[in-house]
Ligand binder design. Structure first.
Ligand SMILES: Nc1ncnc2c1ncn2[C@@H]1O[C@H](COP(=O)(O)OP(=O)(O)OP(=O)(O)O)[C@@H](O)[C@H]1O
Length: 297
């Protein structure tokens, strides 16, 4: 590890010890070798973040490895995705302090230390009800959908931006508050072929993202329908930022009357928003193609 990386890692460990951080998130792709020498942290979990499917660390001190989708993300985007995954997997919870160490995989350097208090930092999580994000939804299903949405938002489809709404969980109630607007393209296929955890389904979902309306997905990842119009009206729009149109209002509405999570890709901006309990839980901004190198800035 280079000397600057070493100084940054040591500084992050000092900060983590000083504030009693619950976890230290380290963007592992910015460094070749395992970053934290044994014994540097008093009582802080180490959580690695990587784009790599295969990277594993030879250390018993690593509590978890979180895998980001293979697309460019800003440093804050890396942190946001990692935090929401860590919340869904139960590695962190509301009230925890965390230290995040990110940087550039292109230059092989760590260059950014961010200290966050989960639940208080509005730039990170907009919602106040932080711990309940995934509810009964298995973290693997939630993360598969989130990664798909972030990937689709970043890449678009056939050179064009894509907008889409995915409603995950509380299936029967979501169906009550929605109606089919077109022929359901998933009807008649075996459940295992329609499951989000089936890698072959990812391309199908990307293809169908051009359809009007929302995808509806069961807790276990089974996609039951596409092209659903969401009927639930949002009782109050006070918490929604101005400029968000009917797609976002519909996602807020359905999550206000059900236990579902909605993930929305904005066609106009490429931003991804997670909705829960009628409000935006987190926004992941699309990185500018002009300022971001392959994989990470
Ligand atoms: N109630 C609804 N249920 C499901 N899908 C909806 C609903 N309302 C709108 N949409 C979808 O959102 C699309 C775009 O709507 P609109 O541009 O008003 O939304 P928006 O929130 O501004 O989204 P974007 O940022 O993607 O433009 C519609 O073509 C439709 O596919």
């Amino acid at each position: 590890m280079g000397s600057l990386n070493t100084v940054i890692v040591e500084s992050a460990c000092v900060i983590a010890n000083e504030i009693g951080a619950h976890a230290l998130f380290v963007y592992a792709d910015a460094i070749q070798d395992y970053p934290i020498p044994s014994g540097m942290l008093d009582a802080t979990d180490i959580i690695l973040i990587t784009h790599s499917e295969s990277r594993t660390e030879p250390s018993a001190e690593v509590s978890a490895t979180l895998r980001l989708p293979p697309i460019p993300l800003t440093r804050m985007g890396q942190i946001k995705l990692a935090v929401v995954m860590a919340l869904s997997e139960g590695h962190v919870t509301e009230g925890d302090k965390i230290v995040c160490l990110t940087g550039s995989s292109v230059f092989g350097s760590l260059d950014c230390i961010v200290v966050l208090d989960i639940g208080k930092e509005r730039e990170l999580l907009i919602s106040t009800n932080v711990s309940a994000i995934a509810g009964n939804i298995p973290s693997a299903v939630f993360e598969a959908l989130l990664n798909l949405a972030v990937e689709l938002a970043s890449q678009g489809r056939e050179g064009k931006p894509v907008g889409a709404t995915f409603v995950l969980g509380d299936h029967d109630k979501v169906m009550q508050f929605s109606r089919q607007t077109i022929f359901n393209p998933f009807q008649g296929y075996p459940a295992e072929e329609r499951n989000l955890l089936n890698p072959q389904l990812r391309e199908t979902l990307k293809e169908f993202s051009a359809l009007d309306g929302a995808f509806v997905i069961r807790e276990d990842g089974e996609v039951t329908s596409a092209g659903r119009h969401l009927n639930a009206a949002l009782e109050s729009t006070v918490d929604l930022p101005q400029g968000l149109g009917s797609r976002h209002v519909a996602a807020a509405g359905i999550t206000s009357v059900t236990e579902a999570v909605a993930i929305v890709i904005s066609e106009s901006t490429g931003d991804v928003r997670i909705f829960k309990d009628g409000a935006i839980f987190m926004e992941i901004e699309k990185p500018s193609r002009l300022t971001v190198s392959p994989l990470t800035s």
